[in-house]
Design a protein around this ligand. Structure first.
Ligand code: BEZ
Length: 392
């Protein structure tokens, strides 16, 4: 824990904010939900979709959860880990939110974990895939409705090997999520006999890819596996095609590479295969209802980020109903969340013992400007949750 956080926590203690959660839940009071999300920068569209889907789902529950009217408090985290302790404290200590949600960026999530573990704030991680959230830093009061890094990256190795791609180049934004994503991919790839020709780490959020793409062209790997997301992913996909690599060296990634960027990337994205726990073309009634409602409310197409926002509210609705909105009854609320079962737009959803989703991972391919599902890359994928022991 940082020295400044210690001082803040002492001040908070003096002000009574470290009191047991039960003391915070005033009967009939509004339910304060904090949203720690990027509303600016390369991940802005991701944050906006999560927030909009949460608010839409809440409206569908009559603007109330567990009988309590919702008050939203949102902070733009700018996807900046350095600003995360201050931003989290604003919501947890300053605003005393009942429930904290977000973030998108794994580095922000790591800083958030330090504080919410100490303050025992009920927290739902709505995107960040850092392994530690439901691994070494797992906590009874922390759940995740999105994915772990391992879940979306590991299965792609087998997909590439099955396609006969034995020599790969890895390229990624060089922060915790990118590093972990490559580690999970390499675990599967080396197990299956694949070898890595080169790893190219790009500082986050740089999007100057040309020199690296020239190097890829000269090294001629069988395929390339990458992590980029949001606006940076759209730029990468276009630059890859402009560099003449499309159609010559197959491009793969976790699904963030093509998620929510097909409009911006256009024909350059055609043919790219990715692994992810969602695809817009999934043919199930929950997905149809969700996509129609999101389009009507926002005039935009829903994506995997919106799914996490939507499911966050569905999970909270089920659990808060069970405890009649009493967020102070944290033990009971946690037990209620643990027993949540969702008919999610992504398919069946439940939380693992480590509080990470257990979910199918799909192999998708961009065809005709859509993510078409080619099959299930991993059925009921459950993160190994290394280092997590919640005593169950
Ligand atoms: C992350 O930092 O965890 C992340 C950011 C964007 C998309 C997926 C994961």
């Amino acid at each position: 824990m940082s020295a400044s956080l210690s001082r803040r926590s002492l001040l908070a203690l003096a002000a009574g904010s470290l009191a047991a959660p039960r003391a915070r839940a005033a009967a009939g009071a509004k339910l304060k939900i904090g949203l720690l999300l990027p509303f600016s920068g390369t991940y802005a569209a991701l944050g906006v979709n999560i927030a909009d889907a949460m608010k839409l789902a809440a409206r569908e529950h009559g603007g109330k959860l567990g009988g309590r009217e919702i008050e939203w408090v949102q902070v733009d985290d700018e996807s900046d880990p350095a600003k995360a302790p201050g931003n989290v404290n604003r919501l947890v200590v300053g605003e005393k939110v009942d429930i904290l949600t977000g973030p998108v960026h794994s580095g922000v999530a790591m800083a958030m974990m330090q504080i919410v573990r100490q303050e025992k704030t009920l927290t739902i991680v709505t995107n960040a895939g850092a392994q530690a959230v439901t691994g070494t830093l797992c906590a009874p009061n922390v759940f995740r409705t999105s994915f772990s890094n391992w879940q979306v990256s590991y299965p792609c190795a087998e997909v590439m090997l099955k396609a006969g791609h034995k020599k790969a180049i890895l390229m990624f934004w060089n922060y915790s999520f990118g590093q972990e994503s490559m580690a999970a991919f390499k675990e599967g790839y080396s197990k299956g006999g694949g070898s890595i020709v080169k790893e190219i780490a790009v500082p986050f959020p740089n999007t100057e890819f040309q020199a690296n793409l020239s190097e890829i062209a000269s090294l001629k790997p069988d395929a390339v596996f990458v992590f980029f997301a949001g606006a940076g992913a759209a730029k990468f996909v276009k630059d890859y095609a402009d560099a003449g690599l499309k159609g010559k060296i197959p491009l793969y990634g976790s699904g963030f590479l093509t998620e929510g960027v097909l409009g911006a990337a256009g024909p350059a994205a055609e043919g790219i295969k990715t692994t992810l726990h969602y695809a817009e073309t999934l043919d199930n009634p929950a997905n149809k209802k969700f996509r129609e409602a999101f389009k009507k409310a926002t005039a935009r197409d829903a994506d995997v980020y919106a799914v996490a926002g939507w499911d966050t509210i569905q999970a909270l609705a089920q659990a808060l109903d069970k405890v009649k909105g009493d967020t102070g009854a944290q033990k009971e609320l946690i037990a209620a969340l643990e027993s949540v079962r969702l008919d999610s737009p992504r398919g069946a959803f439940r939380f693992s013992k480590a509080h990470n989703p257990v979910q199918d991972i799909y192999l998708r391919q961009v065809k005709g400007g859509q993510q078409v599902v080619l099959g299930v890359a991993q059925k009921g994928a459950e993160d190994p949750a290394a280092g997590c022991n919640l005593g169950k």
